[in-house]
Design a protein around this ligand. Structure first.
Ligand code: MD3
Ligand code: FE
Length: 226
């Protein structure tokens, strides 16, 4: 006999909040009440804008597949990294930012001390066993005053939390299904990455890990028009 919502799977650290830096926090399990809505929205998005493998400016294939929703979407090709209003595969706008993503990101940001967060972009990453993301900074956004909210779903991963230079030693932080990370302010430009995904099976996501990162990629509403 089930005692909870169908899509709330166990999260070993549910309710724990871990401070990573002065303005970076992991909210373990924060997304669990949103999972059913997020999952449904995700199916709609990937029907319109399927996951695809992108090429880095260095000419390598990323091991993580990605897609986007929102008025801007992150893309990579041999010419570089950029945000685009259209899906380069179709020339069509990205699917709209799902209302559940927006509500979850707004609530998590507020909980972590960033009131008034209004994302305009959500990058959606899909990891399969062995997929990894090497240390990098998120710096393709127009201004860095807004935080970024990350939502982890499916198979757990080890997140690499670095410093302000690539060579700073990175802390290993486990992220489970339903975990949310919020980072901004002085921690906005920290180096970070994800260790190679282990073989594992999640009841809803199978062998995959999905990560949503909700961002303000274009100008902030508060920034002066000029
Ligand atoms: C950055 N994604 O898409 S998000 C990315 O799990 C990206 O797919 C990773 O990095 C992923 O650009 C990680 C989680 C995260 C957490 C804390 C951070 C990124 C962070 C702290 C500072 C900077
Ligand atoms: Fe990143």
């Amino acid at each position: 006999m089930s005692t909870g919502p169908l899509f709330d799977f166990d999260n070993p650290l549910e309710g724990v909040e871990k401070r990573l830096g002065q303005q970076a926090t992991v909210l373990h399990g924060f997304a669990l009440p949103y999972v059913q809505g997020v999952y449904a929205a995700l199916q709609d998005i990937i029907a319109q804008a399927p996951f695809r493998t992108m090429i880095t400016p260095g000419g390598r294939s990323m091991s993580v597949q990605l897609t986007n929703c929102g008025s801007l979407g992150w893309t990579s090709d041999v010419h570089g990294y950029r945000y685009s209003a259209v899906d380069p595969e179709t020339g069509q706008p990205w699917p709209p930012l799902a209302a559940t993503f927006e509500r979850l990101a707004h609530a998590a940001a507020a909980h972590a001390g960033f009131g008034g967060f209004e994302p305009d972009a959500c990058l959606i990453n899909r990891y399969t066993p062995g997929s990894r993301m090497s240390l990098h900074q998120d710096k393709d956004e127009t201004d860095f005053s807004a935080p970024i909210v990350s939502v982890s779903l499916g198979v757990p991963a080890v997140f690499l939390w670095g410093g302000h230079t690539r060579s700073d030693r990175a802390e290993r932080v486990p992220l489970f299904h339903g975990d949310v990370v919020v980072w901004g302010g002085v921690d906005r430009l920290r180096f970070h990455g994800v260790a190679p995904l282990k073989e594992d099976v999640h009841p809803l996501f199978g062998t995959e890990r999905i990560n949503l990162t909700c961002r303000r990629a274009g100008p902030s509403r508060k920034s002066p028009a000029r």
